[in-house]
Design a protein around this ligand. Sequence first.
Ligand code: NDP
Length: 296
Amino acid sequence: MDLHTTSKTPVTLLGLGDMGTALARSWLAAGHPLTVWNRTPRKAAPLAAEGARTVATPAEAVASAQGPVVLCLLDDASVGETLDGAGLSGKDLVNLTTSTPAEAQRRAHWAEERGARFLDGGIMAVPPMIGRPETGGYVFYSGDPDLFARHRAALEVPAGATFVGEDPGHAALHDIALLSAMTGMFAGITHAFALMSPEKDVDRARFAALLAGWLGAMSTATHGVAAQLESGDYTEGVTSNLAMMAAANDSFLATAGDQGVDPRLLTPFMELMRRRVAQGHGDEGLAGLVDLLRSA
Ligand code: NDP
């Protein structure tokens, strides 16, 4: 595509793995001039056939960039390796490579030392969700707010864009917080199916639907925890107090034993509840457990 025949921001993309390729296709489909590079050049060939301009080196890609330089590589080390020797001064880097918050902060500093502007991103989507807004996928961004504002329209093409602050580590922190919560949910799902699995007369698909509905309804507990942490009153709005929940844990453990299920996915959280109740906070909701975790 001729860079001068469209008003769409030209995008430069380094990294054509599963995610990078999905990002590339969304920008091409939306008419953005796209320059791509990948360490293994053959992965760029189908995109070249679809209209992308390919270059031989990351340095060449960065040098010719007239818009955001998006990185979607395996990890932070591969970002350093790829950009080593590229002239970054005056460039707009948007790093969609999964990093820890500390890596993102160091990378932002590294980029600024080289004269580049920097935005970090955490992708809350899998490749089939990219370029399909109806799937609800989005990307957390943090770092340079002006860079985000300038390239927002292009960044919103693959998925929604949610800016979460100027600290470049915040996108990664949000990403990891959500995925950590998901890990807890997956642990709960695993335990629930283990409880049900000896029962031959239980329809698994029906149970799955019941479980999904229940988890969805309970997920609104997030708002109560936020309100309690904000006000400092951990009894605010409590409808199911910790003492009641901790007492019910005995039934959960007895049932796990009866069904032959190892309770290891539940017991650490139950122990936290027990400690908070023992400290005299049985009338609270979940917010006090946050303090316990932080003081561990
Ligand atoms: P892939 O494993 O499919 O691709 C990895 C990419 O990184 C390839 O382009 C690979 O190049 C490149 N790469 C790896 N090491 C180096 C290196 N040392 N130097 C240069 N290039 C390197 O991963 P994805 O595309 O799926 O993921 C990319 C990023 O997106 C990751 O950070 C991932 O966590 C994140 N992400 C992915 C999601 C997913 O569901 N796929 C979801 C959310 C985030 P080559 O082709 O030469 O091997």
